[in-house]
Design a binder for this molecule. Structure first.
Ligand SMILES: O=C(O)CCC(=O)C(=O)O
Length: 261
């Protein structure tokens, strides 16, 4: 199985869902026209940005509007969409939630960020998720995680021991820690012998400048495509058979000693 994947890295208008939805509709159309990808990946909190103090007002009730929008776009353009994440408002609080929709418009994945990033005050405004990020696309097991999650190798390992061959990462990662972003993503790909497909926003908000540098990394740790710090579509083909090849060459999953860890 080979897929063309496209990460759309763009600047998010702070606290303005309507504007951001319009922009994403246009960007998805352009991406499909230019590259015909099988999968499109969006960044974290792409409808609101980090306007955390106003999430009650600008978050999405149960994610309903986001789900409808992504379903409509996936069907219209015949593309799977790993829909970044949005603020989902519920009676139990607000979650930072990723929806994945297949090209038939079915919601195949819903994951709410588990590790909340205290440095950006997420723990004061958001609830941690309780489910894993595994989902199926074209019969292949994939996983989705959100930004700070990549600092927790045990979490990503849970997904790859659960069968994931591709780990999608969606983020609003600041430029000041760009080298952490790059190193952590490459390490997660090497240690799990999986593809890592990571979409990060660019631009700035009142508190941060964001790094961009969306990356597509193969199971050997080679960077197949990488953005810079401006708006871009980062595209590569990924061949899922390479996961098996690398796992045979250095059989990490066979050689693990989980009873000692
Ligand atoms: O871990 C980091 O340095 C950045 C994490 C982050 O920005 C986030 O989770 O939103």
């Amino acid at each position: 199985m080979s897929w063309k994947v496209a990460c759309i890295q763009f600047d998010i208008t702070f606290g303005s869902p309507q504007e951001n939805v319009k922009k994403v509709e246009k960007l998805i159309m352009e991406t499909v026209q230019k590259y015909s990808p099988k999968i499109i990946v969006l960044p974290e909190l792409w409808t609101t940005g980090y306007d955390l103090t106003r999430l009650d007002e600008i978050g999405d009730n149960n994610g309903d509007t986001t789900k409808k929008t992504l379903q409509m776009l996936a069907k219209k353009h015949n593309v799977h969409i790993v829909g970044g994440s949005v603020a989902k408002n519920t009676s139990k609080g607000t979650y930072n939630t990723m929806y994945t929709v297949n090209d038939e418009g079915d919601i195949v994945g819903e994951y709410s960020k588990l590790h909340l990033f205290q440095l950006m005050y997420e723990h004061l405004y958001l609830q941690p998720g309780k489910n894993d990020g595994l989902f199926q696309l074209d019969g292949e097991t994939c996983a989705g995680v959100i930004c700070y999650d990549i600092r927790f190798p045990e979490w990503i390992r849970t997904h790859t021991t659960g069968g994931a061959k591709v780990v999608f990462v969606v983020a609003e990662w600041p430029l000041s820690r760009l080298e952490h972003w790059r190193a952590l993503l490459i390490a997660r790909a090497i240690e799990n012998q999986c593809y890592v497909v990571a979409a990060n926003r660019v631009g700035k908000d009142p508190n941060n400048v964001f790094a961009g540098h969306s990356m597509i990394i193969d199971p050997w740790g080679e960077v197949l495509a990488e953005g810079l710090e401006d708006e871009a579509i980062v595209v590569s083909d990924i061949d899922l058979e390479k996961v098996e090849k690398v796992r045979k060459q250095i059989p990490i999953f066979e050689d693990r000693k989980p009873s000692y860890y």
